[in-house]
Design a protein around this ligand. Structure first.
Ligand code: NAP
Length: 285
């Protein structure tokens, strides 16, 4: 039986991974208290003691706006820690699975980004995530990097849960209509990860992994409200605004679309359209 070391077990993706990876081996799952990615010696000692066959790094510094004023900590967790994990994985001959983001791109392209497009992050979080990718690639351990986008689920801190909360509190929601991407359910990412790891020919490299289609944040909100009407006594008004009307500390790419054909061709894994995944996620709420 393989042993799988999982970080970030309480995060959106980590939570789901603890469940989807269970049939593949013995999952040793860590939260921040047990394995702080800000502490190099703890990272190395934990991996050396566990001697896993697979390391799955679902932990990250994900506070995008906070990262603007805390760039060194974001870089430590997202940029440097993955490199250390890669070095330890290489020593052990283990596979490192890591997650990255659409925010490595500047969003100026007018079609979906492929793995061959040149990253050019426009915020501190994106720069730290790109540094993590490059660190893993330069160490050269066996690795799988999944770039995903707009992750949501019924747990944790995410856009879906924020909209569900605000829709009960506010009379009007003013949501950005000029940023496009594919909202991706955390469970789908964890399922796809398990499928990739169970694949007969062990895949390696960088893959885009997101739900199909694309929508603006305003369009995503509209779909959420339509599917959850039964949860509210009155409906909020929904207004479309431009990103420039809602300035945030970190700039966001206007186009976050990721082309996922590489994964479909290499492993026959393709996530459903974002709307179908949202339906599944919300069914039974
Ligand atoms: N969320 C998105 O929209 C999105 C989009 C694209 C890519 N991604 C990538 O997907 C991956 C998973 O994201 P997610 O949405 O599941 O994130 P999440 O829900 O914010 O979870 C991140 C986890 O990392 C843990 N963590 C933070 N700092 C840590 C540290 N110093 N040491 C150890 N653990 C630490 C957190 O622990 P605590 O619970 O203690 O805070 C949390 O459990 C990340 O690589 C992220 O960059 C996310």
């Amino acid at each position: 039986m393989k042993s799988i070391l999982l970080t970030g077990r309480n995060g959106q993706i980590g939570w789901e991974l603890q469940r989807t990876l269970a049939p593949l081996g013995r999952v040793i799952a860590f939260d921040r208290d047990l394995l702080d990615l800000g502490d190099a010696s703890v990272i190395r000692a934990t991996i050396r003691e566990a001697r896993p066959d697979i390391i799955v790094n679902a932990a990250a510094y994900t506070a995008v706006d906070q990262a603007e004023r805390d760039a060194s900590q974001a870089m430590r967790i997202n940029g440097q820690a993955p490199g250390m994990m890669a070095e330890e994985a290489k020593q052990l001959g283990a596979l490192l699975v890591h997650y990255s983001t659409d925010y490595v791109f500047d969003g100026s392209k007018d079609s979906p980004y492929t793995e061959r497009d040149q990253p050019c992050p426009i915020n501190a979080y994106g720069r730290s995530k790109l540094a993590g990718e490059l660190a893993i690639q330069s160490v050269g351990c066996r690795h799988l990097i999944f770039r995903t986008s707009w992750v949501y689920g019924l747990r944790g801190s995410n856009f879906l849960r924020t909209i569900l909360r605000l829709s009960k509190e506010k009379e009007e929601l003013r949501i950005v209509d000029d940023q496009f991407g594919a909202p991706t359910w955390s469970r789908m990412i964890a399922e796809a990860t398990a499928l990739a790891l169970a694949h007969q020919t062990e895949p390696e490299g960088l893959f885009h992994l997101a739900c199909g289609g694309a929508v603006s944040r305003h369009g995503f909100t509209k779909a959420i409200l339509e599917l959850t009407r039964h949860l509210r006594v009155r409906e909020p008004l929904l207004a479309a605004i431009m990103a420039s009307d809602y300035p945030l500390p970190a700039a966001r790419p206007h186009n976050s679309m990721l082309a996922c054909d590489h994964l479909a061709k290499a492993l026959a894994i393709q996530l459903p359209d974002w709307r179908d995944a949202l339906n599944l996620c919300l069914e039974g709420t």
